[in-house]
Write a protein that binds this ligand. Structure first.
Ligand code: ZN
Length: 258
């Protein structure tokens, strides 16, 4: 797949360093009380104010996935480092069950200048907040890139959802009926998680055609900067269907977990 976001050149690391990394990731998730301090980069997804000097942050960390942090910070000073959509460096302390914020430094702010950008950024962090838990370097880099975009929001949000569903392993089957493999497409079944033929349509089937399938594949494989699709109606339909598809899958998982 063509990459449209910046991947830093891999630094050669020794086996010991590699082992340290694995150990760190493992202990952080299963035995967080063992580690007392940790420093890492992350994206602020959500902030819940408890008082003027206390809040909860939902953060997607570069190396550890999504966590909730308790932050004692004077919110009246309007700290950009813990503003939603910001990329910051977090120093965390593990004492009890919730990690606590020791220090935070802003790396890049994505403060929305317009209502349209606010809606766009909220869509991205909203899906990350509901969908992604485990550490995932590709999703981290993908989100970081798409949070930095300042125009062409319809294309950007559609591309983000298509790529996110791929990296999360729920990219739909788009060329053959998901149920019976028949090659004539009549719709997209939310329940079956992909396109279906006339005989396999169900009550969750929404309108879809093979042009939209090719369009989705183009959005998945091409880079944002090449502006691969300009047809607004097509983008709207793909975005709407991928939103429904993701919502349906998240909904099912939640039911399953209960
Ligand atoms: Zn079928």
């Amino acid at each position: 797949m063509e990459q449209d976001y910046y991947f830093p050149k891999p630094v050669p690391i020794t086996e010991v360093e590699q082992l340290k990394k694995v150990f760190h990731r493992f202990t952080f998730h299963y035995f967080p009380f063992i580690i007392s301090l940790m420093e890492t980069e992350g994206i602020v997804l959500k902030r819940k104010k408890l008082s003027n000097k206390l809040c909860y942050l939902s953060v997607f960390l570069d190396n550890s996935g999504k966590i909730d942090i308790l932050a004692k910070i004077d919110l009246r000073r309007f700290p950009l480092s813990i503003e939603p959509f910001s990329i910051s460096n977090f120093k965390l302390k593990f004492t009890g069950e919730k990690p606590e914020l020791v220090e935070v430094k802003l790396i890049k702010q994505n403060f929305p200048e317009t209502l349209n950008r606010y809606r766009y950024l909220s869509l991205i962090t909203g899906y990350m907040n509901r969908m992604v838990y485990a550490p995932n370097k590709k999703i981290y880099e993908l989100s970081k890139f798409y949070l930095s975009i300042k125009n062409t929001f319809l294309l950007a949000s559609t591309m983000f959802l298509v790529k996110l569903s791929y990296f999360e392993g729920i990219y739909p089957q788009l060329y053959k009926c998901t149920s019976c493999n028949f090659e004539s497409i009549s719709g997209f079944s939310l329940e079956k998680g992909g396109v279906v033929c006339k005989n396999c349509m169900d009550t969750t089937t929404v309108t879809w055609n093979s042009n939209l399938s090719s369009g989705s594949d183009i959005l998945l494989k091409r880079s944002f900067n090449s502006l691969p699709i300009r047809k607004k109606e097509m983008l709207k339909k793909i975005r709407e269907t991928f939103e429904k598809h993701i919502d349906y899958r998240i909904g099912n998982e939640q039911t399953f977990e209960r």
